[in-house]
Design a protein around this ligand. Structure first.
Ligand SMILES: NC(=O)c1ccc[n+]([C@@H]2O[C@H](COP(=O)([O-])OP(=O)(O)OC[C@H]3O[C@@H](n4cnc5c(N)ncnc54)[C@H](O)[C@@H]3O)[C@@H](O)[C@H]2O)c1
Length: 248
C-alpha cells in the first residue's frame, strides 16, 4: 500500500488513533498534514515522523472553526500541496444524560464531531475531486449502538455515518467516502477508567480484548488506498465484534 506523492490530512493527529494514523500514512510515503487544537502534542508527533524520515507538517487549529480550515488551505497553497486524502478524526465528548447536558456542550460536541466534517469537505472538495481523492470519517460504534450518557456523541457519530453514505453518492467516482466505526480502542480516551471498566469493555467484544490505535489506522489506510478502489459509502466496524455480539 503506497501513498507516495499523496497529500493526506489527519485531524486530531496530536494523540491516539489520529497520531498513529498520521504515522502510518507517512511510513507509506505520504506528505501528511497533522491537525490538532493542541499545538504541543502536535509538534511531538510531527517531530517523531520527521525523525523517521517522513514528511509531516503541523497545522494547529480548531476543526470546529471555518477560519482554521481556510488557513490550512492557504498554508498548503504556499507549500504547493493539494489534498488527496482527508481523515476526519478529531473529537470531543461529554458523558452525561441529555437532561444534564447544557445546550453549549451539545452544540460544541456537534460542532467538533460533525460540523467539522462539513467544514473540511466544504474547504477541500474541489481539490479532492480534482485529485480523485478519498475521505475517511472516524465515527464510532456509538453510531449504531446506544450506551447511556452519550446523546450528543451518538447523534454526531450517527450523523457522520449518514453523511458518509450521502457524500459517497454525491461525489461518486470523484471522491470515495468511507467511515470506520471503532469499538473500545486503548487510547487517552480511556485514561482514568478502572481495570474493571477496561475488562468490561474488552469482554463486550467477540475477540475478548480492546483494540489498538494501529488496528484502526490499518483500516483507515486500507479504505484510503487503491486497494479499496471499489469501496465507497461503507461504515466498517473496527470493534473486535462488539456490535455483533449479544450482551448479556
Ligand atoms: N478510543 C476509542 O475507544 C474510540 C472508540 C470509538 C471511536 N473513537 C473515535 O476515534 C477518534 C479518535 O479517538 P482517540 O481515542 O484517538 O482520541 P484522543 O483523545 O486520543 O485524540 C483526539 C484528538 O482530537 C483533538 N481535538 C479535540 N478537539 C479538537 C478540535 N476542536 N480541533 C482539532 N483537534 C481537536 C485532541 O486534542 C486529541 O489530540 C475519535 O473520532 C473518536 O470518536 C475512539
Amino acid at each position: 500500500m503506497s501513498f507516495n506523492d499523496q497529500v493526506v490530512m489527519v485531524t486530531g493527529a496530536g494523540s491516539g488513533i489520529g497520531a498513529v494514523t498520521a504515522m502510518a500514512f507517512a511510513a507509506e510515503g505520504a506528505r501528511v498534514l497533522l491537525v490538532d487544537i493542541d499545538a504541543g502534542r502536535l509538534d511531538q508527533v510531527v517531530q517523531e515522523i520527521q525523525r523517521q524520515g517522513g514528511h509531516a507538517y503541523a497545522c494547529a487549529f480548531d476543526v470546529g472553526e471555518a477560519s482554521g480550515w481556510h488557513w490550512a488551505r492557504s498554508l498548503m497553497a504556499e507549500l504547493g500541496l493539494t489534498l488527496d486524502v482527508l481523515v476526519n478524526n478529531a473529537y470531543v465528548i461529554e458523558v452525561k444524560p441529555l437532561h444534564e447536558l447544557t445546550l453549549e456542550s451539545w452544540e460544541r460536541q456537534l460542532r467538533i464531531d460533525l460540523t467539522a466534517v462539513y467544514l473540511g469537505v466544504h474547504t477541500f472538495a474541489a481539490q479532492l475531486m480534482a485529485n480523485r481523492g478519498s475521505i475517511v470519517n472516524v465515527a464510532s460504534v456509538h453510531a449504531v449502538t446506544a450506551w447511556p450518557g452519550h446523546p450528543a456523541y451518538a447523534a454526531a457519530k450517527g450523523g457522520m455515518v449518514a453523511l458518509t453514505r450521502q457524500l459517497a453518492v454525491e461525489y461518486g467516482s470523484a471522491i470515495r467516502v468511507n467511515a470506520v466505526l471503532p469499538g473500545p480502542i486503548l487510547t487517552a480516551t480511556w485514561d482514568g477508567v478502572s481495570e474493571a471498566g477496561l475488562a468490561q469493555a474488552a469482554a463486550q467484544t467477540a475477540l475478548g480484548r480492546m483494540g489498538s490505535a494501529a488496528e484502526v489506522a490499518a483500516a483507515i489506510t486500507f479504505l484510503a488506498s487503491n486497494a479499496a478502489s471499489f469501496v465507497t459509502g461503507v461504515s466498517l466496524p473496527v470493534d473486535g465484534g462488539q456490535t455483533i455480539k449479544a450482551q448479556g
